[in-house]
Design a protein around this ligand. Structure first.
Ligand code: HEM
Length: 130
């Protein structure tokens, strides 16, 4: 089993990878390719959920992911989770409203989603130690 720092580094890499996918989906949207935007975001959704549930599973099975954390790092983790926890239901709603073509609600929610995603990204990639 990889060490805690390695697992955190793998999670950071996964976050960067899915963010690239999200940015590609927005580029597709800008070019008017809504279908590609939808397809990329289906992939984005599955990969993000797999990462979050995989991490949750590791903790549940007692894998020591945060044993190298200092006191301050736990505050950083709580700050990070404050973005992650609301992000998950918002992401589910983004997928549903996109699929159901509820355009106005989808775009409104996109503002909340982008703020939460940016917060999750910065606090996760830059504040958590690996
Ligand atoms: C972050 C900023 C985002 C913006 C500004 C945005 C915007 C849009 C817009 C304008 C449409 C076209 C809606 C229509 O014409 O009815 C759309 C479609 C869609 N979006 Fe998003 N979206 C974003 C993120 C997401 C995310 C995160 C997901 C999924 C997790 C998602 C999933 C979809 C799906 C599935 C469609 C339908 C595609 C199709 O009809 O083939 N979007 N989005």
């Amino acid at each position: 089993m990889p060490s805690g720092p390695t697992i955190i580094l793998m999670l950071k890499s996964a976050v960067v990878a899915v963010t690239v996918l999200l940015l590609l989906s927005l580029w597709a949207l800008k070019r008017g390719n809504v279908r590609l935007h939808g397809r990329l975001n289906h992939l984005f959704f599955v990969l993000t959920m797999t990462t979050v549930l995989g991490f949750e599973g590791l903790i549940k099975f007692g894998v020591p992911v945060t044993t190298h954390f200092q006191e301050d790092d736990y505050s950083a983790l709580r700050f990070h989770l404050a973005f992650v926890i609301p992000l998950l239901p918002v992401m589910v709603l983004m997928l549903m409203t996109g699929r159901w073509r509820k355009r106005a609600f989808h775009v409104l929610l996109a503002n909340v989603f982008v703020v939460l995603w940016a917060g999750m990204f910065v606090t996760g990639v830059f504040f958590l130690p690996h």
